[in-house]
Structure formats: C-alpha cells, structure tokens
Design a protein around this ligand. Structure first.
Ligand code: NAP
Length: 217
C-alpha cells in the first residue's frame, strides 16, 4: 500500500510515517516544499535503516499514493484540500486534523460543516472516502518507535470498506482501532483532543490518550 502523508514534515506526520514504514508500507512524505519533504524522508530512512520513505510536494505525493493522510494545522485544512482535490478522487483520505481554537488550544472552534472530517468530505465530494483517525494519539508517543502506544484509535467515516482499510493500517502499527460510526462522529472524536490537551497541561504529561473498555480487543 502506498500511503502519502500531506504535511508529513511536522509533529504528527513523521511518527505515522515511521510506524507504517516499519510495518512494511511504502510511505511518501508530502510538503509544500520538495526539499523539506526529501529532508524529512531521508532523516526517517536513516532511523529505519532502509529506504522505504520518499518525499514529494503534496499534490505529487497525493497523486502517487492509494491512501492519503492529512496532518496539517487546521488553519491550512481547506487550502491543502484544495491543492490535492483532483489527485485524491476515488481514494481513501485519512483526516487527522483537529479544529482547535487558534487563540486557545484547550477549546474547539468547529467549522460550519460540524467537524474537519465532514468539511473534508463535503469539499472533496462523494468519490473520495474520508475517514477520521489518529486525532487522539499524541505525536510524542507515535514518534518514538520503541514506545508501545497503548491508547485506542477512534475511526469514523461514511464508507464502511474505507474504515476497514484504515483500521487494518492502524492495527499494522500495533494500535487498536474501533469503528465509532459515520463522519458526524468526528465532532466528538476531534473534540476529545481539546480535553486531552487540557489533561496534558494539568498533569504535566505529553501523551494523554483514550482507551475504551467493555469491548472485545
Ligand atoms: N501534534 C500532535 O500531537 C497531534 C495529535 C493529534 C492530531 N494532531 C493534528 O494533526 C494536524 C497536524 O499537527 P502537527 O502538530 O503535525 O502540525 P504542525 O507540525 O504544526 O504542521 C504540520 C505540517 O503542516 C504544514 N503546514 C504548516 N502550515 C501550513 C500552511 N499554512 N499551509 C499548508 N501547510 C502547512 C507544514 O509542512 P510543510 O511546511 O512542509 O508544507 C508542517 O510541517 C493538526 O490538525 C493537529 O491538530 C496533532
């Protein structure tokens, strides 16, 4: 499976890239800059000890991949979606974005569509299968491959098959995914991140997460 991570040069993208590459997937780091994408890909390959990750500009990365994940700040959500709209048609699009209030990241500032996920689905159109995942997983935990991540990944979206594919990619990283329903569930899933940020601040930690109970694992 070829997976592109748009905005993969930041905090959240490299951990996803590293863990998917370790699981044998072919990963493409996307960026607004070819140079930055290649630099981060080279750093991650050095850490991996093999060349499974390459770097491309976001539209080229989206074109080359079968699955596209988006890890840019919410302020860049619509502009990045616009830059890859043609390239993601018919594909699975994993939205990791959280619309935090730029003035106070302990609070949400949801878009009129209800959530970033619903906004992406409406903007990209029905041919693209938007799935929300990883909003509640800390970049600090993901980025350290020696660290087993023990939180769960809540996955939602309107296409059942696309969710299954994303859940299998979550499992390949050694994390457990639960299907929490249609795209509108993202209002809650994305919103939980603001609570995790409050918990990180209150308890002086970097990786507060969510773990479900009472369900088969
Ligand atoms: N960090 C976490 O722990 C975490 C956890 C869960 C969810 N998330 C969500 O994941 C998303 C990414 O978070 P992050 O912490 O990785 O963000 P980040 O490090 O601030 O940014 C990620 C990348 O986005 C690109 N970017 C920045 N500003 C942009 C703009 N104006 N237009 C287009 N691209 C821009 C940059 O890549 P280039 O300059 O190379 O293009 C940057 O390296 C956010 O929506 C966040 O809420 C983050």
């Amino acid at each position: 499976m070829k997976i592109a991570i748009l905005g993969g040069t930041g905090e959240q993208g490299p951990g996803l890239a590293l863990r998917w590459a370790m699981a044998g997937e072919e990963v493409i780091i996307g960026s607004r800059s070819q140079e930055r994408a290649e630099k981060v890909a080279a750093e991650l390959n050095a850490e991996l000890g093999q060349a499974r990750i390459r770097g491309l500009e976001n539209p080229k990365a989206a074109e080359a991949a079968e699955i596209i994940a988006l890890t840019v700040p919410y302020s860049a959500h619509l502009s990045t979606l616009e830059s890859v709209k043609a390239q993601v048609q018919g594909k699975i699009f994993v939205d990791v974005s959280v619309p935090l209030d730029p003035d106070n990241p302990r609070r949400m500032k949801m878009p009129p569509a209800g959530s970033a996920t619903e906004e992406a689905q409406a903007f990209l159109g029905p041919e693209t299968k938007v799935v929300a995942a990883f909003q509640n997983v800390s970049s600090h935990l993901l980025r350290d491959p020696q660290h087993a991540v023990d939180c769960d990944v809540l996955v939602c979206g309107n296409d059942a098959e696309a969710k299954k594919t994303v859940m299998s990619l979550v499992a390949k990283m050694g994390l457990h995914a639960y299907d929490v329903g249609p795209a509108e569930s993202a209002r809650v899933v994305e919103g939980l991140t603001s609570i995790l940020i409050r918990l990180n601040i209150r308890y002086k930690v970097k990786g507060a997460g969510i773990r479900l109970t009472g369900l088969p694992r």
